[in-house]
Design a protein around this ligand. Structure first.
Ligand SMILES: [Zn+2]
Length: 344
């Protein structure tokens, strides 16, 4: 992603809390009588059960993806990752489709073969929601403080690239245990940042292609809402509401953060912070799918050689995973007559 405004990028420190379990509130020293008389009231606003999510396994997935090395669009590393993703989701009987297209390489002009990957659960459902991430990695760690590394170092992209993939790989284990309200697609965007020069090279190639195809060749189904995840593996997770998401997709933004509140996941902070250009813009503005971006943009290792698994944690992935799994079960129905058209 790309920041549109240079805002204060220091870490607020508010996201690094220990896990708080929703059942703690039941351990108050009430007398049995009081508890019994209060039971109906407690039941009415009792937090919903937290969906299962194996934090350790999700972190193993993150490490496996990073072990490939660079996963820049059109490279062998990217091909290896594509095989890993296709094989993984096929094991869970999901439908896996590749959406291929070519884009010119920013340095040579030669065509680069891009592939978005669409993993569909309940593929026959006509009303669907979309969870998306990008799975390519930036060619270079160009914000590294060491100029030699910035120009030629390895960018691993543990948070910026692998975190979304690992999250969805772990969620695959849970998709048959939950009861999603609508059909669900996990969409992996290629070409989010085949970028060598921020001012010259276009971002969001995969999501732009996907959104344009959805608009121009309307499928037999429709997406009611979308949720994009980007940089959700940070050890010090703090997920504020992103400005473009609030403006273009107020409904899924509200319902995702409300779900987190009900589950007592305090890393989701219902306050606006940062305005980020990311894959949700083409989804909102071209495909007209109201799509919110869950992104922790206060990440000191962004676009450096230090964006490594050590800077990430499975516990952070689990915070996002349980919220998304619960959200899939409780997505509010869009207003009659369809979603209002998001502003441009
Ligand atoms: Zn990036």
């Amino acid at each position: 992603m790309q920041e549109t405004k240079c805002q204060n990028r220091f870490d607020s420190g508010s996201g690094a809390g220990a896990a708080v379990f929703p059942y703690k509130r039941f351990l108050m020293p009430f007398s049995v009588l009081v508890v019994l008389t209060m039971l109906p009231a407690l039941a009415a606003d009792a937090p919903p059960a937290t969906p299962p999510f194996d934090a350790r396994r999700s972190f193993n997935y993150l490490t496996q993806v990073c072990n490939i090395g660079s996963r820049t669009s059109g490279t062998r590393g990217m091909e290896q990752q594509q095989r890993m993703i296709a094989e993984h989701f096929a094991r869970f009987q999901a439908q896996v489709k590749f959406q291929a297209f070519d884009a010119p390489h920013p340095l040579t002009g030669q065509p680069v073969r891009m592939n978005n990957i669409v993993v569909s659960w309940q593929p026959a459902a006509k009303d669907r929601v979309l969870l998306a991430c990008h799975y390519d990695t930036r060619p270079l760690p160009d914000r590294d403080e060491n100029p030699r590394l910035a120009a030629a170092g390895l960018f691993v992209g543990a948070n910026d690239g692998a975190s979304g993939v690992a999250l969805f790989m772990e969620m695959a284990h849970q998709m048959r245990q939950i009861k999603p309200k609508y059909g669900v697609d996990f969409v992996f965007f290629d070409g989010e940042e085949l970028v060598y020069d921020d001012r010259r090279d276009p971002y969001f190639l995969g999501s732009t292609h996907f959104a344009t195809d959805y608009r121009d060749v309307p499928p037999a189904y429709r997406y009611l809402y979308g949720v994009l995840v980007d940089m959700v593996g940070d050890r010090n997770l703090a997920l504020y509401q992103e400005a473009n998401s609030l403006r273009l997709a107020p409904e899924p933004t509200a319902s995702v953060w409300n779900t987190a509140k009900r589950l007592n996941v305090r890393e989701f902070i219902a306050k606006k912070r940062h305005e980020v250009r990311d894959d949700h813009l083409p989804l909102n503005q071209i495909a007209r799918i109201p799509t919110t971006d869950i992104i922790d943009f206060d990440y000191p290792h962004w676009h450096t050689t230090r964006d490594l698994p050590a800077a990430c944690s499975g516990a952070s992935l689990a915070k996002v995973g349980v919220v998304l799994l619960k959200w899939l079960e409780t997505v509010p129905a869009p207003p009659a007559g369809g979603n209002p058209q998001p502003p441009d």
